[in-house]
Design a protein around this ligand. Sequence first.
Ligand SMILES: [Zn+2]
Length: 74
Amino acid sequence: MTETQASSKKGERIGEVRCQNCFERFSPALGADKALCPACGFEWLISWSGTLAKIRKPVWESWERQLAQVSKKG
Ligand SMILES: [Zn+2]
């Protein structure tokens, strides 16, 4: 838990998220609702707290429906 990187440049790595599909890191546009992963092309819904971005869920809605169906089974 000791990430002490020399952060002399402020505000350069704001809003960095990690793609939950391919685990590549990328930075969506500040305040953007959605962001496209440049590595795999998967689109994500982004939530912001200040300048910190977080991936909420995939934009692909049927993906959620599929998960719901699977968990309902049984
Ligand atoms: Zn990706």
